[in-house]
Design a protein around this ligand. Structure first.
Ligand code: M6R
Length: 609
């Protein structure tokens, strides 16, 4: 995830900027840069690669000056490269900006600015902000930044420098974190607390829509209307390690809580302005392109494979195209029937999973058209595939995949709606209905995360059981598979997911008194059938925790406990029901004292076969 730092004071800015950025390295990045005002101009130095590469680049000529900004970039718009690295400048070099987040209307703004003669250097959405500031600048830095904010849409934390006002930095945020560190005769800005806690523990945490003018000995914060805001100083008492995790005990928990934002970011720019259609500007598919395929394969590993199972359901249900899903390590060795009439979709958070990459290469060799769904711009899989759709989840550090899964589901749902519109398999009003339901998902995930106490209690109660079973039908079964994987990998409890209707074909023999069964029952078309399966396990004295949609008053009659998630369309509910399962696995692992972020025998990125 991108990192931001800023400094204004009497010391050399570059020293803090490089130090602050190094404290954000754990978040992952692909390029880095700094900008420092040297008494005459703002000097920008940036390059692709690690901070060490930037240090090497400037080692004999470190930018001198006491005010500056810095950035580590995790690519979203445009591949990792020197020109795409931040900071970004306008045409004159007088306006310099660093940015975390996504400017959703950047293409329209960019076109308008190009018409006015602005020359762009990078492929990023961020560069638009610098040119826009140049365009609207009227001599009043603060007022001009406000005008920029009125014109941009999206999520951001931004820090601006202006050569004409070398005594101040201006920063603001919307849906991305930003903090100001209070020093003595100097002040700091950072996207995250670890960057500044070596220098100060006294901070102002900015709220959405607030804008701060930060000078070395004064900070003025205003709200959207320009009214002064009086802020309380927030004293950071976390240690450096806790600060890296944003105050959460583990990266996994932090990433679970990041899901509303990750899902919102992944949707951004992919919903038409009228809110009724899906726009996939990356693809530009038409009916001829889609009709060319007699087969769609989804191939992936682990959690990404589980997302693929849901993806199959979405594409078949909404776009009426048959899809086969396979684990990459099996697919590549079974001489799959793949040719130029095949669309191969690979899914990979890291974009580096060896089996998935090999399946992709093999399918290309056989003539397939390929599409990658991945989270890492410029990854091997992104480079190898013919086309790419990115999940904008930000880096996932915990080995157990959480926000990658929910963003993959969102992306598959949008892809299926996009295909449905092209194929004409869904009426416009139904597509519009689904798009409006989709937009409610981030808030519904937040709601699901707002009360974790019952889940903690279950985890304590059942965390020492030898075996746990997950059952469900239809999409509930796909989510059950993911829930069981989460529990296995981080708590080391033996967990099995079963299609509920399959129990009586063997597994029911394992259900005895006290065995915990997590039963998902959200799919209306199979609800009654699922209830019958729940009764089967209850009759064997299993302890059943049901997962249901809000408003379901039936399930509680047959189970021991119920966890409700907000009501939504049953196609979208997997994005909600997986959240309590992630939390259950997390708290079970905590109960057992496991190393949640780095479970035994597992690696985050599996680059060997
Ligand atoms: O980076 P990828 O999405 O390709 O990784 C695939 C699997 O290795 C990954 O999902 C793995 O199953 C996770 N540890 C699950 O939490």
């Amino acid at each position: 995830m991108c990192g931001i730092v800023g400094y204004v004071g009497d010391r050399q800015a570059a020293e803090f900027l490089l130090e602050g950025l190094s404290k954000l390295e754990y978040r992952g990045y692909d390029s880095a840069g700094i900008a420092v005002y040297n008494g005459e101009n703002i000097r920008v130095e940036k390059c692709v690669g690690r901070l060490a590469a930037l240090r090497e680049k400037i080692k004999d000529d470190v930018p001198q000056g006491t005010i500056g900004i810095g950035h580590t970039r995790w690519a979203t718009h445009g591949r990792p490269s020197d020109v795409n690295a931040h900071p970004h400048t306008d045409c004159s070099g007088d306006f310099v900006v660093v940015h975390n987040g996504i400017i959703e209307n950047y293409l329209a703004l960019k076109e308008a600015l190009i018409e006015k003669g602005h020359v762009f250097k990078s492929e990023t959405d961020t560069e638009v902000v610098a040119h826009l500031l140049e365009e609207v600048y009227n001599g009043d830095f603060e007022e001009s930044v406000r005008e920029v904010l009125r014109r941009i849409e999206g999520s951001y934390s931004l820090v601006f420098m202006c050569r004409q006002h070398p005594d101040r930095l201006i920063c603001t945020k919307q849906d991305n974190p930003l903090v100001i560190g209070l020093g003595d005769g100097e002040n700091f800005i950072a996207s995250d607390i670890p960057a500044i806690i070596n220098r100060t523990r006294r901070t102002y945490i900015l709220n959405d829509g607030e804008m701060a003018v930060v000078k070395k000995d004064a900070i003025e914060i205003t709200n959207r209307k320009g009214e002064l805001v009086t802020k309380k100083v927030f004293e950071v008492n976390w240690n450096a390690e806790a600060a890296e995790k944003g105050g959460f005990e583990h990266f996994m928990l932090k990433e679970i809580h990041e899901q509303p934002k990750a899902v919102r970011d992944t949707m951004s720019q992919r919903i038409a302005k009228d809110g009724k259609r899906i726009v996939m500007s990356e693809l530009k598919w038409n009916a001829d392109f889609l009709n060319n395929f007699n087969k769609v394969y989804i191939v992936a590993c682990g959690t990404a494979y589980h997302a693929g199972l849901v993806g199959k359901f979405y594409i078949e249900k909404l776009a009426r195209i048959p899809v086969e899903v396979d684990v990459a390590s099996e697919f590549r060795y079974r001489d799959p029937i793949v040719d130029e009439n095949t669309l191969l979709i690979v899914v990979s958070q890291s974009g580096e999973t060896s089996d998935t990459l090999a399946a992709l290469k093999e399918s290309k060799r056989r003539g397939a058209q390929t599409l990658a769904l991945t989270n890492v711009v410029g990854s091997s899989i992104a480079r190898e595939a013919d086309q790419v759709l990115y999940t904008w989840a930000g880096p996932e550090i915990a080995v157990a995949s959480t926000k990658a899964y929910t963003t993959q589901l969102i992306l598959f749902f949008m892809l299926a709606l996009y295909m449905a519109e092209i194929k004409g398999t869904l009426p416009d009003d139904e597509i519009a209905h689904f798009v409006s339901m989709l937009q409610q998902v981030p808030a519904q995930i937040s709601e699901t995360l707002s009360d974790v106490e019952p889940i903690k209690t279950f985890a304590k109660q059942y965390g020492f059981n030898e075996d746990v079973f997950y059952i469900g039908r239809s999409l509930d079964y796909d989510v059950a598979l993911e829930g069981a994987l989460k529990l296995k990998e981080i708590s080391y409890i033996h967990a099995e997911a079963y299609a509920a209707g399959e129990l009586k074909h063997g597994t029911l023999a394992l259900i005895v008194e006290g065995v915990p069964v997590i039963a998902l029952a959200t799919q209306k078309s199979v609800y009654e059938k699922t209830l019958s399966n729940i009764k089967e396990v209850k009759a064997r004295d299993a302890v059943v925790i049901g997962i249901a949609a809000a408003g379901d008053e039936e399930l509680e009659k047959y189970v021991d406990h119920v966890i409700h998630v907000p009501e939504t369309d049953e196609l979208l509910i997997p994005i909600l029901t997986v959240v309590p399962l992630q939390l259950l696995a997390y708290y079970a692992a905590i109960t057992r004292g496991c190393d949640v972020d780095k479970p035994r025998n597992l690696a985050k990125s599996v680059t060997v076969e």
